[in-house]
Design a protein around this ligand. Structure first.
Ligand code: GDP
Ligand code: GDP
Length: 458
């Protein structure tokens, strides 16, 4: 399970600034988040070979009402479930009553907490340390999130003890530096294949009450499904291995399988942390939405996170039963408009309650899984690149043409295509989009994002 770090603090201390710095480590990779209407709150980040999840819990003031109260509740729960909390304060503003209130709350928790004194570009770090020592959260880490100062030392403390990602030790092979023109022999790759034991790992994800448990019960209750004994549980999500039409799957159930006996129903609680970890751990995410509510901001936030992790994606619009044709049209129009940023995903209109459309999900799950994990040989990916380049040449930069020589697969789930050439820093965004679309079309990718990375060689 990937570690989870929660950012906590009153408004304006610099949480989003730190969040952006931690999660924006991938500028060379093509990903388009336009369509997300709100600031993202959950991000995937990487530090020294360790993938982790960052949650910006939003400002907590203690007197929230209505929707804000719900958000604050989720923030408090995220603190509860995170592996470490970064409690941010503003060195320029000095200590405030709200800081003390949050500190008091955190001291009661038995949680690894790091006090982060931000904006030390404006005051002496030693003075900042002294200023906040009454919070009794330990020695403050002086940082300037806006400039990156002190961030590494902070991450070393917060993440250093976690193991590196699988396969991180053996660096991806740097293939064929300096070999003019020729593609190298198959480079060594760290590409996870389908896991023999668990088969295709499917996470059923969505907000509370969209119908996740109903869908899980429906999928497992199908006649053609053979459910095996549970292989053990990790944190709170339940992993359920099963087989259908001779294909192995493991269902990651974030809602918890509930008996009809109702006893457990009331205690079930939606958990952001559980949800994010299930997404990270899955091959394919089945994202459930409630057709009657349409697309809400929280759906977009969660989908933004799915996109960031690069997991394969199938969208299930649930509760399609009992809607009239007028309502259905309205929902479809809204989907087209607001889900453009995940337009690679299949959308199914289902009724988990009645079972309508549920069986069709499997075809999309299989296809998106195949798209996500196929190993395409270097020769083929290079051929596609050559064809694309001869159809549309990359532009000239300072009188020299950008040269793209060969491509190889650098990762799977999502597929990462690494393109080698020179002057690659100057490849315009439109051109990398063109290459992305070409690969998407030629490789017949469905249900998975794709990433393109350029590597220079001159
Ligand atoms: P949030 O409300 O806690 O998410 O805070 P923001 O990240 O939005 O930051 C609030 C303000 O503080 C913005 O104007 C930032 O530019 C500024 N800020 C954030 N980090 C730093 C820093 O390290 N130094 C300085 N001088 N300003 C910062
Ligand atoms: P979860 O919180 O996402 O696991 O949602 P549940 O599976 O507990 O469902 C929430 C409510 O929606 C329950 O009352 C379900 O009976 C109802 N529900 C779930 N799926 C459907 C559906 O396809 N159609 C209708 N009409 N109701 C549904």
């Amino acid at each position: 399970m990937v570690p989870v770090i929660a950012l906590v603090g009153r408004p304006n201390v610099g949480k989003s600034t730190l969040f952006n710095r931690l999660t924006k480590s991938r500028d060379a990779i093509v990903a388009d988040y336009s369509g997300l209407t709100r600031d993202r709150k959950y991000g995937e980040a990487k530090w020294q070979g360790r993938t982790y999840i960052v949650i910006d819990t939003g400002g907590i003031s203690g007197d929230e009402e209505g929707i804000d109260a719900k958000m604050a509740e989720q923030s408090l729960q995220a603190i509860e479930e995170a592996d470490a909390v970064l409690f941010m304060v503003d060195s320029r503003a000095g200590m405030t009553a709200a800081d003390q209130m949050i500190a008091e709350h955190l001291r009661k928790k038995n949680k690894r907490t790091f006090l982060v004194a931000n904006k030390v570009d404006t005051v002496d770090p030693e003075i900042a340390r002294a200023e906040f020592s009454p919070l009794a959260i330990g020695d403050a880490f002086p940082v300037a999130a806006a400039h990156g100062r002190g961030v590494n030392a902070l991450l070393q403390a917060a993440l250093g003890a976690f193991p590196k990602d699988e396969g991180e030790e053996d660096e991806l092979a740097e293939a064929g530096e300096g070999e003019e023109g020729a593609a190298p022999a198959e480079p060594k790759q760290r590409i996870p294949g389908p896991d023999e034991k668990s088969g295709i790992k499917i996470a059923i994800i969505g907000r509370p009450n969209v119908g996740k448990s109903t869908l899980v019960n429906r999928m497992l209750g199908e006649e053609r499904v053979i459910v095996y004994d549970q292989a053990g549980t990790t944190r709170d999500s339940i992993y359920i291995p099963f087989e259908r039409d001779e294909v192995k799957y493991t269902l990651i159930d974030t809602a918890g399988v509930r008996r009809r006996g109702k006893i457990f129903e009331a205690v079930e609680k939606f958990s952001v942390v559980k949800t994010l970890q299930a997404i990270q751990d899955a091959n394919v995410v089945v994202f459930v939405m409630d057709a009657r509510e349409g697309v809400v901001d929280h759906d977009l936030n969660l989908l933004g996170f799915v996109l960031e992790t690069g997991r394969a994606l199938v969208i299930a619009l649930n509760k399609w039963d009992g809607m009239d044709s007028h309502e259905r049209e309205r929902v479809k129009t809204e989907l087209e408009r607001r889900l453009q940023f995940v337009d690679f995903a299949d959308i199914h209109f289902i009724s988990a309650l009645h079972g309508t459309g549920v069986g069709h999900l499997y075809k999309s799950v299989q296809e998106s899984f195949r798209s996500a994990v196929t190993r395409w040989p270097t020769s083929f990916l290079t051929q596609v690149l050559e064809d694309a380049v001869s159809t549309h040449q990359p532009p000239l930069v300072n009188g020299r043409r950008i040269k793209l020589r060969y491509a190889h697969l650098g990762g799977a789930n999502p597929p990462l295509i690494v393109i080698h050439g020179n002057q690659v820093d100057a490849v315009p965004r439109a051109y990398s989009r063109y290459l992305e679309n070409t690969y998407r079309r030629v490789l017949k990718l469905v249900g998975t994002p794709i990433r393109i990375e350029f590597k220079g060689g001159d």
